[in-house]
Design a protein around this ligand. Structure first.
Ligand code: NAD
Length: 291
């Protein structure tokens, strides 16, 4: 396939490289990031999109996605598919899909989980919104860049799945960290705490696979000085998107709201920026009871 790839940063760079390695003709564009090996550089986003069967975007946020989409949609050939893999707000994903459909193009919102390791190793999970036909076109590319692609529903369904998942993740990580900090203060051994909770009803991915306590359970960013991993500010971005979506859908999400407030405080006022999101544990450890 001819593929245009716009946004060649930490995630987009290795994803584009994997498509090129698999034998696809990839033309890339980024404002600053270098083109990875095997990818041909274009002078603009529109130039990268021209003549492509699929245009993939991997950009920082919804405002940038909307601007890039306005640029590339008129340059795309009829029947091509615009596939956005960034994490953006549901409203932007739907607006871009509508614009693409009006121009006779397919569109998918296909955010990922798996982080930069997954992007490099081709083991991402894609959660995808859009038509069956557009999904079928891009599926072979998802299979190269990732290990799983779930078609979640119509436009916006991929972003909806992503932010709901990450809202659960933010909440369970905070709950796990505050429980470890309480266990410490009750004199409970962390290894025993892990053994019990990871096989009891308090279990979740946050403790079983990503244990925030160093030296306990699997090897995680906690064992590496809380170097990310999944940075606290990226968790905050996703939590904010979940609350933006909850506002526009009139959904009551008190735990998501509280998790957003705690990560905001951690990132903006407590030096949490650049730390893994599981560094909530040392944060709680250092605090006493708040009234
Ligand atoms: P990044 O900042 O490394 O890459 C974004 C790239 O977009 C940058 O290279 C930037 O120069 C480029 N860009 C910005 N505006 C542009 C424009 N107008 N035209 C062309 N290029 C432009 O970010 P990343 O870590 O690669 O993340 C990309 C997206 O993936 C984000 O939406 C993020 O939330 C999501 N995501 C990231 C991770 C992760 O672990 N890094 C995991 C899952 C999802």
């Amino acid at each position: 396939m001819n593929i245009g790839f716009i946004g060649l940063g930490n995630m987009g760079g290795p994803m584009a490289a994997n498509l090129a390695k698999a034998g696809h003709a990839v033309t890339g564009f980024d404002l600053t990031a270098p083109c990875p090996e095997g990818v041909t550089r274009a002078d603009s986003a529109a130039a990268a999109a021209k003549g492509a069967d699929v245009v993939i975007t991997m950009l920082p946020n919804g405002a940038i996605l909307r601007a890039v989409a306005a640029d590339v949609i008129p340059a795309m050939q009829a029947g091509a598919v615009l596939c956005d893999c960034s994490t953006v707000d549901v409203d932007s994903a739907r607006a871009v899909a509508e614009q693409a459909a009006a121009a006779g193009l397919g569109a998918l919102d296909a955010p990922v989980s798996g982080g930069t390791g997954g992007a490099t190793n081709g083991t991402l999970t894609f959660m995808v919104g859009g038509t069956e036909a557009a999904f079928a076109t891009v599926k072979p590319l998802f299979d190269i860049m990732g290990q799983k692609a779930v078609h979640c529903g119509d436009a916006g369904a991929g972003q909806s799945a992503k932010i709901c998942n990450n809202m659960i993740l933010g909440v369970t990580m905070i709950a796990t960290c505050e429980a470890f900090a309480l266990a410490d203060k009750l004199g409970l051994d962390r290894g025993k705490m892990f053994d019990v909770v990871s096989t009891s009803s308090g279990a979740s991915w946050s403790i079983n696979a990503y244990c925030p306590a160093p030296g306990v359970g699997p090897t995680t960013p906690a064992d590496n000085g809380y170097k990310p991993g999944f940075a606290a500010e990226l968790m905050l971005k996703d939590l904010r998107l979940s609350q933006q979506a909850a506002d526009s859908a009139d959904a009551d999400t008190p735990m998501g709201q509280l998790a957003t407030a705690l990560y905001t405080q951690f990132v903006e006022a407590e030096n949490g920026r650049g730390m893994d999101f599981s560094a909530m544990l040392p944060r709680f450890e250092a605090r006493g009871r708040q009234d």
